[in-house]
Design a protein around this ligand. Structure first.
Ligand code: SAM
Length: 265
């Protein structure tokens, strides 16, 4: 099944978590580094209100809440929100955690205003129609207090156009008991990066997981979309290969696998 809409995630996430619990969005070094960079570039102050759109199992929401910010995590998948709540309880059994909201980021059912809105790791860019991406940005800017900041992570198309590849992961690497073949394909016509995972288990037919298809805007296109949605001071930060740099740095077209859209209301 290939889908360019957000519904792919629920079934893909469940199938990936069944392969290996590590796929269920555990808090990892990458998330820690991302939160470090968010704190540096956004100059967060204790108590700042942060909205995490497409929060998944809460990697960033939990870390940010632990660091003293008032976090709301929004995701449309109730099972993933249950994972986020459980992850918080494992770390802080008796402390109130982030506010978790089930809902669609295109029409976020949240009130009030936020100092920061983030959408990390494939939470933004999954829709088939750019009108949906525009709606997400418009809503995000409306939810920001004046001067509030937005950060959204997306693939860098210049990188992915030259780094299409297929890799074989034997048992014990991506999944304990299965061979996995992962293919990243850049679709230049649609401006999307597609991530195909096929699982091979002895005795079973090959099983293709729902495809993660992400919009990969050229930086100028993405900045124009953000401005059209009401953003100002729009900028792009490049990642350091697949890693998160210590400080904001320009996009390197050839080596930054991902980029962050940064904008103010
Ligand atoms: C790849 S996961 C990233 C999760 C998290 N941001 C992280 O970095 O671990 C994408 C998340 O976006 C959520 N999502 C997709 N479409 C959505 C929508 N329309 N509204 C809210 N959440 C959505 C999915 O349920 C999924 O949890």
């Amino acid at each position: 099944m290939s889908t360019n809409d957000s519904a792919w995630w629920t079934s893909r996430a469940a199938e990936m978590a069944a392969l290996d619990p590590a796929f269920a969005g555990e808090i990892d070094r990458l998330a820690e580094d991302q939160v470090d960079l968010l704190e540096r570039i956004l100059h967060l102050q204790p108590g700042d209100r942060v909205l995490d759109l497409g929060c998944g199992a809460g990697r960033h929401a939990i870390l940010l809440h632990e660091r003293g910010y008032a976090v709301t995590g929004l995701d449309y998948d109730a099972e993933i929100i249950a994972l986020a709540k459980a992850a918080w309880r494992r770390r802080h059994a008796d402390q109130a955690g982030p506010t978790w909201v089930q809902g669609d980021m295109r029409e976020p059912p949240v009130q009030g205003s936020f100092d920061v809105v983030i959408a990390m790791d494939a939470a933004f860019g999954c829709f088939a129609d750019d009108a949906d991406h525009l709606a997400v940005l418009v809503n995000a800017f409306e939810l920001l207090a004046p001067g509030g900041r937005l950060v959204m992570e997306v693939p860098n198309p210049y990188y992915w156009a030259h780094h299409q590849h297929t890799r074989h992961f034997p048992p014990g690497t991506l999944a304990a008991d299965a061979h996995i073949v992962r293919t990243y394909r850049f679709d230049a016509d649609l401006g999307r990066v597609d991530d195909h995972l096929t699982v091979f288990r002895s005795g079973d037919d090959a099983c293709a997981l729902p495809v993660q298809s992400l919009r990969a805007w050229a930086p100028t296109e993405l900045c124009a979309l953000a401005r059209a949605a009401g953003g100002s001071e729009v900028a792009i930060i490049g990642m350091d290969g697949w890693r998160v740099p210590d400080q904001a740095r320009p996009l390197d077209a050839a080596t930054s696998a991902f980029m962050w859209l940064v904008a103010s209301r």
